[in-house]
Design a protein around this ligand. Structure first.
Ligand code: NAD
Length: 326
């Protein structure tokens, strides 16, 4: 991503967790293009972190890689110490690292539950606590940023949309909502802003199966009124804006970035779905040229959404793939 002329984050140090893949890499590119020095956190695949650093450097930005498992207190503290020693302070934290370990509720093991909660929720607590400690220690730098510090939590549409088959993941994201809001309330007097981004379906490795084939992507699109699956750059742009002074009066809220996934798209057709139309353009074309479009409808059974990979979809077997989301 080439450097942006405004350089809204010039002179600021950012840590992005899980930045060697998917959304985290997209956020890191966007912050660097806006002038921030970005620490690319990774826990596995150091070579992927090197590639993101190289990409940013070649585009004229500054980045370093930094190791930490965000669910481990000592490793998170060491990561912050390393970056503060190297660059003097931190101004922006993007709490992005996250995982899925999916299972039917009755089959979910305690290990699957704990792993997801530890990374997705406890990891965000540990990183945010270190960031807030550093923001308060350093104090305001109004020539660099109106806010003393910014914490951006990567949540999900599943902080509000329940998700059968993924109760550990949905619980972690629901937890992030109140973690973010409570931190925002407590830290606002220090002029620390805390916000969340709630992505819908974004094309990354975490949900590869949901968009990897045209057929899968077409089914996923039935959940997205805006008619396209998101890209990491969509989230990167929002993160860069939320980190900048342009959003200085925003704290304690979630910016859903989801092409309308949280708009209950099923209600657009009163719980019915159109069949026999292969994509949106064809559908719109028919509506424009046929004053009384003869759309057939069928009732939709409740089912697992496909914006993630999941190894079990009981509805598929019974519906022969006719459901929206199988
Ligand atoms: P991804 O699998 O590409 O990236 C996840 C990143 O987290 C990877 O870099 C991974 O190494 C890192 N990570 C995992 N465990 C870690 C740990 N213990 N310590 C440090 N890093 C760790 O997936 P993504 O889609 O880019 O996910 C990024 C975030 O966005 C997650 O929080 C995810 O829940 C959220 N999200 C994604 C989507 C989507 O559609 N892709 C939708 C909503 C929310």
């Amino acid at each position: 991503m080439p450097a942006k002329p405004a350089q809204r984050l010039k002179g600021q140090i950012a840590i992005v967790t899980g930045a060697n893949s998917g959304i985290g890499a997209g956020v890191a590119r966007a912050l660097a293009a806006d002038g921030a020095i970005v620490a690319i956190n990774y826990v596995t695949h150091p070579e992927a972190a090197d590639a993101v650093v190289q990409e940013i450097t070649e585009a004229g930005g500054q980045a370093v890689k930094v190791y930490a498992d965000v669910s481990k207190e000592d490793e998170v503290q060491k990561m912050f110490q390393d970056i503060i020693q190297q660059f003097g302070t931190v101004h922006i934290l993007v709490n992005n690292a996250g995982i899925q370990k999916d299972a039917a509720f009755v089959d979910m093991t305690l290990e699957q539950w704990n792993w997801v909660i530890n990374v997705n929720l406890t990891g965000q607590f540990l990183c945010a606590r270190e960031a807030a400690r550093e923001f308060i220690r350093r104090g305001p730098q109004p020539d660099i940023s109106k806010a003393t510090g910014k914490i951006i939590c990567m949540s999900s549409v599943h902080e509000v949309i329940p998700w059968a088959g993924h109760v550990n993941y949905a619980s972690s994201k629901g937890g992030i909502k109140l973690l973010m809001e409570s931190m925002a309330q407590e830290l606002a007097p220090h002029k620390i802003r805390v916000v969340s981004i709630g992505p819908g379906a974004i094309k990354t490795p975490i949900n590869h199966e949901a968009w990897a084939t045209p057929d899968a992507e077409q089914k996923l699109l039935t959940l997205i009124p805006y008619g396209r699956v998101g890209e990491p750059a969509d989230i990167g742009e929002v993160a860069a804006w939320l980190a900048s002074d342009e959003s200085d009066y925003i704290t304690g809220t979630t910016i859903f970035t989801d092409g309308g996934m949280t708009l209950y798209p099923g209600f657009a057709t009163a719980g019915l779905r159109r069949v026999g139309l292969h994509h949106r353009h064809h559908h719109l074309h028919r509506r424009r040229h046929d004053p009384l479009p003869r759309l057939r409808h069928e009732r939709v059974k409740p089912c697992w959404p496909t914006d993630t990979k999941t190894s079990f979809r009981p509805c598929c077997a019974s519906s022969k793939g006719r459901n929206l989301a199988c």
